[in-house]
Write a protein that binds this ligand. Structure first.
Ligand code: F0G
Length: 363
C-alpha cells in the first residue's frame, strides 16, 4: 500500500519541474504557519502576518528548494551533492542527503556559521569542509570543483532550488485568498526573493491574484551589495546567514524589486537584534537574526512612509532562533534569578524578582 502524505512535491506538482521520471523526495517540508500578528498589527495599524519558515524540517526555508534540487539530482543519477553555505543550506542539504543516501559535502566559511547549523550538518553526517574565507569564496570553490568530481550543486544557483522555493508564495496566496500588499524578507544570496517573485508571477498568470506584492528585500548594513549596488569584499554582520557580498542571483532580485515597485533596504546589526527581541517578546516568535532583518527593514521603512497603513504585510521569517544560540545568549539577555530549592526562597524570588542573598554572594 502506498501512503500518500501531503508533500510540496504532490501538492504543487503542476507548477514544478516534475515529470514521470522525477522521484518524490520529502522530509515533510512546507505548509508552514502564516501567523496573524495581534500586537504589532495594532501598534502599526496594518495587517501583519508572519510566515514561520523555521517550522520546516531542518528549521529553515531552504528545505522548500532542497526537496526539488535533491529530487532532480536523483533523477539524474547523481549520488553526491555539494553546497557552499552560511549554515542553513548545509543543514538542509545534509538532512535530505541522509534520507536519500547521497553523500553530502558542505563548504563553510571557517568560524562563521552559527553553532546550531553546524551541529545539524554534523548530526546528519555531512562531510564538512571549513575554509579560511567567506561564503562568496566558498561558492566560487563549489562552482569550480563540482564538474570534475561529478557533484550536484544544491546551492540556489541550481535552478531547481528556486523552483521549489516558489511554493512559499503559493502557500501565502492559497491561505490569504489574495496577494499581500507588501512582503518584507531578508536577502543574502538573493535566491529566495527571486523565487517568490517567480511564484507570485505564476499565480498571477493563473489568475489566482491580480497583483504581486511589493517585494522589500532587507540586507545588513555592512553586507548590503544590493543596496550599495556593488560587490562587498569583506561583508560583516551579526546575522551570519546573510553575510554575503556578491549575491549569485543579484540580477533576478533586481528585476523582482523593479517590477513590483519594491525596494532594497539596509539595517544595522543593532536594529536586527532589536527586531529579533521584539518578535520574541511581543509575538512569541523566536527567529534567527537574519530573519528578524525583515521586521527591522519594515521599522526603517515606516520612519519615512505611511503607505503601509491598513495594508496586508507578510514577513518571511526564514529560520529558527535556536540555530544561533551564541547571538541569542549575548543579546536577548534576561536575568536569571537564583535561589535555593526552599519554598520560601522561591516565593521571595517571585515576589522580589531578585536572587537570594546566598546566591548573590556566590554568583
Ligand atoms: N535567511 C536565512 C535564515 C538564510 O539562511 C538565508 C540564506 C537568507 C535569509 C537569505 O536567502 O540567500 O536566498 O537571499 N542562507 C544561505 C545559506 C546563503 O547558505 O544557508 P537568499
Amino acid at each position: 500500500m502506498k501512503l500518500m502524505t501531503k508533500s510540496l512535491f504532490n501538492h504543487y506538482k503542476k507548477f514544478l519541474p516534475i515529470t514521470l521520471e522525477t522521484p518524490e523526495v520529502t522530509l515533510g517540508e512546507g505548509f508552514t504557519p502564516l501567523v496573524k500578528s495581534i500586537n504589532l498589527s495594532t501598534k502599526y495599524k496594518c495587517d501583519i502576518y508572519f510566515k514561520l519558515e523555521g517550522c520546516n524540517p531542518s528549521s529553515s526555508f531552504k528545505d522548500r528548494g532542497m526537496f526539488m534540487a535533491v529530487s532532480k539530482a536523483i533523477e539524474k543519477n547523481k549520488n553526491k551533492i555539494i553546497c557552499a553555505s552560511t549554515g542553513n543550506t548545509s543543514a538542509s542539504a545534509a538532512a535530505y542527503g541522509a534520507k536519500y543516501n547521497l553523500e553530502t559535502i558542505v563548504i563553510i566559511p571557517s568560524g562563521k556559521i552559527a553553532l546550531g547549523k553546524l551541529l545539524q550538518a554534523m548530526a546528519y553526517g555531512a562531510k564538512i569542509i571549513s575554509i579560511k574565507g567567506n561564503f562568496d569564496q566558498a561558492l566560487n570553490a563549489v562552482r569550480d570543483i563540482s564538474d570534475s568530481l561529478n557533484l550536484e550543486i544544491v546551492n540556489s544557483i541550481n535552478p531547481f532550488r528556486l523552483e521549489g522555493q516558489m511554493t512559499g508564495a503559493f502557500e501565502i496566496v492559497d491561505e490569504l485568498k489574495s496577494s499581500p500588499d507588501f512582503q518584507f524578507m531578508p536577502v543574502g544570496n538573493a535566491g529566495n526573493i527571486s523565487s517568490y517573485f517567480k511564484g507570485y508571477n505564476i499565480y498571477k498568470s493563473e489568475n489566482k491574484i491580480l497583483d504581486i506584492p511589493r517585494l522589500m528585500g532587507v540586507q545588513a548594513e555592512y553586507s548590503a551589495p544590493m543596496v550599495d549596488n556593488k560587490i562587498i569584499k569583506s561583508p560583516k554582520t551579526i546575522a551570519s546567514a546573510i553575510r554575503i557580498g556578491n549575491p549569485a542571483s543579484s540580477e533576478l532580485a533586481k528585476e523582482a524589486i523593479l517590477k513590483t515597485n519594491g525596494q532594497f533596504l539596509k539595517v544595522s546589526d543593532k536594529e536586527i537584534l532589536d527586531a529579533q527581541s521584539i518578535l520574541a517578546k511581543e509575538e512569541g516568535i523566536f527567529c534567527e537574526p537574519a530573519s528578524a532583518a525583515s521586521l527591522a527593514g519594515f521599522l526603517k521603512y515606516i520612519d519615512t512612509n505611511n503607505d503601509y497603513i491598513n495594508k496586508k504585510i507578510v514577513f518571511i521569517l526564514t529560520g529558527n532562533g535556536l540555530k544561533d544560540p551564541e547571538v541569542a545568549q549575548k543579546n536577548l539577555k534576561s536575568e536569571i534569578i537564583n535561589t535555593s530549592s526552599k519554598m520560601e526562597d522561591i516565593t521571595n524570588a517571585i515576589i522580589s524578582g531578585k536572587s537570594s542573598n546566598f546566591f548573590k554572594r556566590f554568583f
